[in-house]
Ligand binder design. Structure first.
Ligand code: ZN
Length: 196
């Protein structure tokens, strides 16, 4: 592959990205800003799909868009069996600063990761109030779909999921739903602070 092939693929890639209307990742406390969302086709899990017929990116004829974004940013894909994971937990996001190389186990353990120090209502950009967080958790625990709740609050369903499992706003209160992939062990931090 030569450089011009790669820049063509990169140009084609970024034409399918919406940098303006994705969810703002204020809750992660990392200054990540807004997700950049893939607008073209997605696979059943919600990950973007990028046509790679010219094999600009190592892999098959269709690669996931977030892997493509990582490749365009770094010039290579993670080695050593690592995958490209989302810091923002938002499958269609392709913003390079929201992606990092990590293990599959890290991915499964993502919810409740203590290193992601959440920030709460005091943050100027926070759109949800503590009472909203409790309502979201209560509705999730009663079996409502994250996407329906997300629509009511005008936020992404990934944000609702992160709230539900306690990764975000761990101390806001409300019933925390155990995250997937941890043998039923309840994740998230104890509910110790409930603010009005
Ligand atoms: Zn993102």
């Amino acid at each position: 592959m030569n450089t011009s092939t790669r820049s063509t693929a990169r140009d084609r890639f970024w034409r399918h990205v919406d940098r303006l209307s994705g969810p703002e990742q204020v809750g992660l406390g990392l200054g990540l800003g807004r997700c950049w969302v893939w607008t073209s086709s997605k696979n059943p899990k919600g990950y973007g799909q990028f046509g790679n017929h010219d094999r600009s990116i190592p892999g098959s004829a269709v690669v996931t868009a977030h892997r493509a974004a990582y490749f365009f940013e770094h010039g290579e894909l993670p080695g050593g069996g690592l995958l490209v994971r989302h810091l923002c937990n938002n499958p269609p996001c392709v913003r390079p600063s929201h992606l990092e190389a990590g293990t599959a186990k890290q991915n499964a353990d993502d919810c409740g990761a203590a290193s992601r120090r959440p920030i709460g209502e005091s943050h100027p950009s926070a759109r949800l109030k503590t009472t909203d967080v409790i309502t979201i958790r209560t509705r999730l625990s009663s079996g409502e779909q994250a996407k329906d709740i997300a629509a009511d609050f005008g936020v992404s369903s990934s944000l609702v999921g992160s709230i539900g499992c306690g990764r975000l706003w761990p101390n806001a209160g409300g019933p925390i739903t155990p995250s997937r992939g941890r043998n039923g062990v309840r994740r998230g931090l104890p509910i110790t602070e409930v603010r009005p």
